[in-house]
Design a protein around this ligand. Sequence first.
Ligand SMILES: O=C(O)CCC(=O)C(=O)O
Length: 271
Amino acid sequence: MFELHSKIRRLTSKEKQQYSKEGYVTGLPVFSENAVKDLHNWYNELSSKLPNDIDINKTNMWHKASKNFYDLCRTSAILDYVEDLIGPNFVQWGGQFFSKEPKDGSVVPWHQDAQYWPLSPANAVTVWLAVFDTDEDNGAMKVVSGSHKLGKFIHKKNDDENLVLDQEVSFDQIDEDKIVSLNLKAGEISLHNDALLHGSEANNSNRRRCGVTMRFSPTNVKGDLTVWPFFETQLARGVDDFRLNPSAEIPRGEATPLKMFSFSKDFVKDW
Ligand SMILES: O=C(O)CCC(=O)C(=O)O
């Protein structure tokens, strides 16, 4: 879809060990420098379809709505990296933007994804693709290395309007020395485990910051439909011998999610 980086590769055994020990891998090349402009145009085109009063951070399920988004998530180099962590058979069930305009004040509180997700077994990998360069000045995602091994942290509800999510782990539970900023060049990805503590501070720069997240789980995952009735999967790679979840339609054109949770059948489609 976009020009691939000349250095795409598979994960090294050191990176696989790092994922297991520290819960993340970062700085993986996917798209070339030439592709960055295309990636920006892609983002501008998709985001411009949202009505002005809808915050892109409050929309999800883009992979079920937009062929453009779906195709990006099927980039073979991205799936190769994911396969190296969770094996050859896996599904996609989430696709979302985490975007911060310069000085918009938005913050992603410290949290563990698995806390929000009624999935078992909990073994999801998130791909975070940098659409723009991201660093500490523009609010790069930060992780607490090794925290995925420490069990569930206490999350408290916080309705502060600057927070992108409303469940937060207080800073006093966090080992500050273990915080790592996942600074990425546009076109690179990081991968993180669903139990890893992570979050991000405000974008204090004059540069936009945006990541595309893609959520993948091995095919043996089962979503609790009593909690997430809209949970639907698309086979991303391999075969699904388990068939434990409803399937999501594969988008053949462009629709735009206007909220967090939708069934694929509910999108207003142009196909
Ligand atoms: O982009 C961010 O700052 C946070 C992303 C996030 O929370 C996630 O990928 O689960």
